[in-house]
Design a protein around this ligand. Structure first.
Ligand code: PMP
Length: 406
């Protein structure tokens, strides 16, 4: 199936008198009409609270919410929908693992392994766990392009390595990490792997069983779904051992004056009224992606990313970051000595939306010896014309700044 740009109503507008060229999908993707309508229909017809009401709307809302969970479970090949916890997004999902699993299982001298390329949401929660437990936060060696050398990783992970928490695809470098191999290496040491899948789930088919990951976190809004909904996948045996970190309505079984017990999985981790409309919208996004076919999505996004990398490398003064191969979704660059915020501002006058800054990766910026970069990122509604618009926008930016590319 070919993706029709007209499925995405937001793209049918002009920005500053130019066709909107949206190249900021790594920050958040745009939504097809079917996702927008699913939310509208839910609020128009089925809206109610879940898991409580005996009335018809209550049952419909519960069914819609739980059907979305089933869709997610099937989309990531989880062995059961009990392993799918709805959260607010990747950040909340990673904080849940760190606060519950991390704080209860680690002690002084244990090691948490991450990389300098983590998004802050897969870095700060582990810093906090390390402070609270006395565990050591350790960094895997990155190659110059942000990839990992598995032999080197093998040498770094020893018997005290209890958690490896790592991005699947970097939101800055676009590099795809070899998660299945990393899972094997940490499992050999008796540790677990926690994967930040925020930038992989929009582009790659994910099979959590084949990857053999213990936890996998992602956000709905980067995969054509709405904001405010995300997922923590966890292996059932591990989730069973974990305590909730939020307490209140919805997650309890029995409550007395001085004690309480929890519902079974997955609900024990979903305290309070859940994000029902968000889950419905995420389900519709999964339907859309599956109609296109995740293989098609991956092929399109890989090819377009490679095209963009190649096209930008032809522009005098462009410096690209990250690998040329094994990359998806993002191309990060600088344009001579022009500040990336200035690049993004000039491009906006041409209707082109890119991101500039540290991309929530300050340690990575330091590692790259940059204070900021510009980033163009893609999804299935982008095409080569969008990349050409970016390329000519960059030429105009250079002219605007008097060709200050030295
Ligand atoms: N990890 C990565 C790699 C990301 O790109 C992002 C979003 N920029 C996040 C985590 C955090 O996602 P969210 O803000 O949706 O919680």
């Amino acid at each position: 199936m070919r993706v029709n740009k007209s499925d995405f109503p937001i793209l049918q507008q002009k920005i500053n008198d130019h066709r909107l060229v949206y190249l900021d999908s790594a920050a958040t993707s745009q939504k097809p009409m079917s996702v927008i309508e699913s939310i509208e229909q839910y609020y128009k017809k089925d809206n109610s609270n879940v898991h409580r009401g005996v009335h018809t709307l209550g049952s419909r809302a519960t069914e819609a919410y739980e059907a979305a969970r089933e869709k997610v479970a099937q989309f990531i090949q989880a062995s059961s929908s009990k392993e799918v916890i709805f959260t607010r997004g990747t950040t909340t999902a990673l904080n849940l693992v760190a606060s519950s699993y991390g704080r209860s299982k680690l002690s002084a001298g244990d090691e948490i392994w991450i990389t300098a390329a983590e998004h802050h949401s897969n870095l700060i929660p582990w810093q906090q766990v390390a402070k609270a437990t006395g565990a050591k936060l350790c960094y895997l060696e990155l190659q110059a392009d942000g990839s990992l050398d598995l032999e080197q990783v093998k040498g770094q992970l020893g018997p005290r390595a209890k958690i490896l928490a790592i991005h699947h695809v970097s939101n800055v470098l676009g590099v795809i990490q070899p998660i299945a191999d990393l899972a094997k290496l940490i499992h050999q040491q008796g540790g677990i792997i926690v994967v930040d899948g925020a930038q992989s789930i929009p582009h790659l088919s994910i099979d959590v069983q084949q990857l053999d990951v213990d936890f996998f976190a992602f956000s709905g809004h980067k995969m054509l779904g709405p904001t405010g909904i995300g997922v923590l996948y966890g292996k059932e045996a591990l989730l069973e051992q974990m305590e909730p970190i939020e307490f209140g309505g919805e997650m309890i079984d029995f409550v007395g004056l001085h004690e309480a017990s929890w519902k079974e999985l997955p609900w024990k981790f979903e305290g309070g009224t859940p994000i029902i409309a968000g889950a419905v919208g995420l389900g519709a996004a999964i339907d859309y992606l599956q109609q296109v076919g995740m293989d098609q999505v991956e092929q399109h996004d890989r090819q377009l990313t490679a095209y963009a990398y190649q096209r930008l490398s032809q522009i005098d003064g462009v410096k690209l970051y990250g690998p040329q191969e094994s990359r998806i979704g993002v191309v990060t660059f600088n344009l001579g000595s022009i500040h990336p915020h200035d690049v993004a501002t000039v491009l906006d006058t041409e209707g082109i939306a890119i991101r500039a800054g540290h991309h929530c990766c300050q340690p990575l910026m330091k590692w790259l010896e940059e204070t900021a970069t510009a980033r163009a990122s893609f999804h299935i509604y982008n095409d080569e014309q969008d990349i050409e618009a970016l390329a000519s926008g960059l030429e105009k930016t250079k002219e605007f700044f008097g060709n200050a590319i030295g």
